[in-house]
Structure formats: structure tokens, C-alpha cells
Unconditional design. Structure first.
Length: 173
């Protein structure tokens, strides 16, 4: 498996199709990726296009491939408000169920963290559902520290989940 950053050329049409399938499959299986229903391919394409077409240093997109097929993706976007410009937020980290447990999430995050350092991002933030314990363990092992919790904030039908907030301070190393 190969993990690499995506440049301004973006993703190919087959990679975009794989990304849409990846996200739809994960959401269908209950993954906490910000959608209740699987996103349409056009929505995924538009979303990822905004990432790779952002001004240099305002975003980073990394993908994992296996035999030429996209099996993971992750990205961050810099905050737009002037008071928040030194910071960026990890928006999505997704790894196909068949590729989980092989360190791809860690490798994707390592690429994103390196890109954030190179772009002079001071603090990298993220949020996630508290029941995503594997992701919590990954982020904490990478140095992210929890700074907040909103009890029962995420609604999926009648179920409620806590939302956790994490930050990685890049200013000191």
C-alpha cells in the first residue's frame, strides 16, 4: 500500500469514483464521517476539489492506494477567519474496512501533519464521535490532546453521541 500527498493536479476520475465509493461504504456501515446518509459521488467530487484547489498552504490531501485503487483518504483545511488563519482542521480521515488495522490511518495522518508543519500551521484540530475509540487512540498516540467534549451532541436518528475535540500544537517542534 502506498500513501502520498495529492498535489494541485488533484485526483483522477477513477480515484474520485473510488473516493465516493469508499465514503459511501463507510457511512453505510455506520462510520462517523459527518454524514447520516451516504454522500453522492458529485458531493464527494465537489468536496475534494475544494481541497486540492485551495491556495497553496491552505489545505492538504493525502490518499492511500493498493494496486492502483484508492483505499484511504484524509485532508485538512486552514481556517478562513483571520483570527484563526494560523490553524487548520482535519476534516476527514477514512480508510476502507478491508484496509483497516494496517497502519494506513497513521500513515495518512503523518503525511497531513508533515504538510501542516510545512505550511506553518500552528495548531491542527479535529473532532470526532466519542464512540470511535480506535481513532481516539490513534490521535492521542500522534500527540493530539483532548480539549473538550460536548455530551450527546451528535444525533444519528434517536441515538446520541458525545463529540470530542482534539488539538495538536505544532509550535514547539
Amino acid at each position: 500500500m502506498h500513501v502520498h500527498p495529492v498535489g494541485p493536479e488533484g485526483l483522477t476520475a477513477p480515484e474520485l469514483a473510488d473516493a465516493a465509493t469508499l465514503l459511501a461504504d463507510l457511512v453505510t456501515a455506520g462510520a462517523a464521517l459527518g454524514w447520516v446518509d451516504p454522500p453522492a459521488a458529485a458531493e464527494v467530487t465537489a468536496l475534494l476539489r475544494t481541497v486540492w484547489t485551495a491556495p497553496p498552504g491552505d489545505s492538504a490531501l493525502a490518499v492511500a492506494t493498493d494496486d492502483g485503487r484508492l483505499c484511504g483518504l484524509a485532508y485538512w483545511l486552514r481556517y478562513a477567519r483571520p483570527t484563526h488563519r494560523p490553524h487548520a482542521d482535519v476534516e476527514k480521515v477514512a480508510v476502507a474496512a478491508s484496509a483497516q488495522g494496517r497502519g494506513l490511518g497513521r500513515r495518512l495522518m503523518t503525511v497531513l501533519i508533515a504538510a501542516a508543519r510545512a505550511a506553518d500551521v500552528e495548531v491542527l484540530t479535529l473532532d470526532l464521535r466519542a464512540d470511535n475509540t480506535r481513532a481516539v487512540a490513534l490521535y492521542e498516540s500522534l500527540g493530539f490532546r483532548r480539549y473538550g467534549r460536548l455530551p450527546r451532541f451528535v444525533a444519528v436518528g434517536s441515538r446520541r453521541y458525545d463529540k470530542l475535540f482534539y488539538a495538536l500544537d505544532l509550535r514547539d517542534g
